[in-house]
Design a protein around this ligand. Structure first.
Ligand SMILES: NC(=O)c1ccc[n+]([C@@H]2O[C@H](COP(=O)([O-])OP(=O)(O)OC[C@H]3O[C@@H](n4cnc5c(N)ncnc54)[C@H](OP(=O)(O)O)[C@@H]3O)[C@@H](O)[C@H]2O)c1
Length: 268
């Protein structure tokens, strides 16, 4: 009998691909210990080229653990295939599908964890939140954290707060893209070439994000440090406040969380 895979990644789309890339880079697991189950034949060919030593199949295979990374509409059928394969532990990254729905398909004794990663997973900079189901113990959480941390940072939250996480880090990259676009428009209005404006705006966002994560100081302290009395930044921040920037961002996080709640309620 062929050796059982250590991990079966079900769904080799954008997120499944990012996860396997991260796991291989981290060295936490060897390529021969992973199988990707991907039902789309064209996609399988691409995966074979990108991950030559990883097993690529059209069906879920028996494995110790699995990651469910299919679209929400395919989640129940894929969970049934995971049960059929006798897999005992699962992280689902499927948006909006509750742990109880997966537990109902998988039955007693299968440890189910649910994570909400975000799009920067594709460059190894995901922000993921993790919640556990009724059979998930400390060892299962530690395993899930090891898997998810291969492509970014992980925080534990109760499942009910995953909608809030969607409003913050799930949708958050798009808020930053809007900010980047607007900064470029402002610079173009001031006479800068668009390409130069893009280069400087993108690096400004990256530099600010690195200061936030690497210095570990709160955002308000960093902002105060670059805002001298009566200076240029103070004038810029006053314009942001006058135009409701801070409350627009607060409302954006709340509106996206509320929408995640609505979509979750509709699908359950
Ligand atoms: N992209 C993000 O930023 C992000 C962030 C957080 C969470 N998520 C969640 O992550 C999940 C995956 O997202 P994605 O962008 O990677 O989606 P995707 O590109 O559509 O990838 C899913 C892949 O799984 C395949 N598949 C479906 N059912 C299968 C089965 N039973 N067995 C094997 N393969 C199967 C699909 O094939 P077909 O196309 O042929 O059906 C598709 O190629 C989604 O549920 C999404 O909500 C994504």
């Amino acid at each position: 009998m062929a050796e059982q895979a250590r991990l079966c990644v079900v769904g080799g789309g954008r997120m499944g691909h990012a996860l396997v890339g991260g796991l291989l880079r981290s060295g936490w697991i060897g390529a021969s210990e992973i199988t990707i189950a991907e039902k789309h034949p064209e996609r399988r060919k691409e995966l074979e080229q990108n991950f030559p030593s990883v097993g690529i199949t059209g069906e879920v295979v028996p494995a110790v653990s699995a990651v469910l990374a299919v679209k929400p509409a395919d989640a129940t059928a894929a969970a049934a295939a995971i049960k059929e394969a006798g897999i005992g532990r699962l992280i689902s990254i499927v948006a909006g599908v509750r742990i109880a729905e997966l537990e109902a398909v998988l039955g007693e004794g299968v440890a189910v964890l649910r994570a909400m990663p975000n799009m920067p997973a594709v460059v190894g900079a995901a922000a993921s939140a993790l919640a556990g189901g009724r059979s998930a113990g400390e060892e299962d959480f530690a395993w899930a954290e090891a898997v998810l941390s291969s492509f970014g940072v992980v925080a534990r939250v109760p499942e009910d707060l995953l909608d809030a996480v969607t409003g913050l880090s799930g949708s958050g990259p798009a808020y930053v893209f809007v900010l980047a676009e607007a900064m470029v428009e402002g610079a173009v209005a001031q006479g800068l070439d668009r390409e130069v404006a893009r280069l400087l705006a993108n690096q400004t966002l990256l530099g600010a994000a690195r200061l936030l994560t690497e210095l570990g100081e709160p955002a308000e302290d960093l902002r105060a440090a670059v805002t001298s009395p009566g200076g240029t930044t103070a004038a810029g921040i006053r314009a942001l406040e006058r135009n409701g920037f801070r409350s627009a961002v607060i409302e954006a996080v709340c509106a996206a969380a509320e929408r995640a709640r609505e979509l979750g309620a509709r699908s359950s």
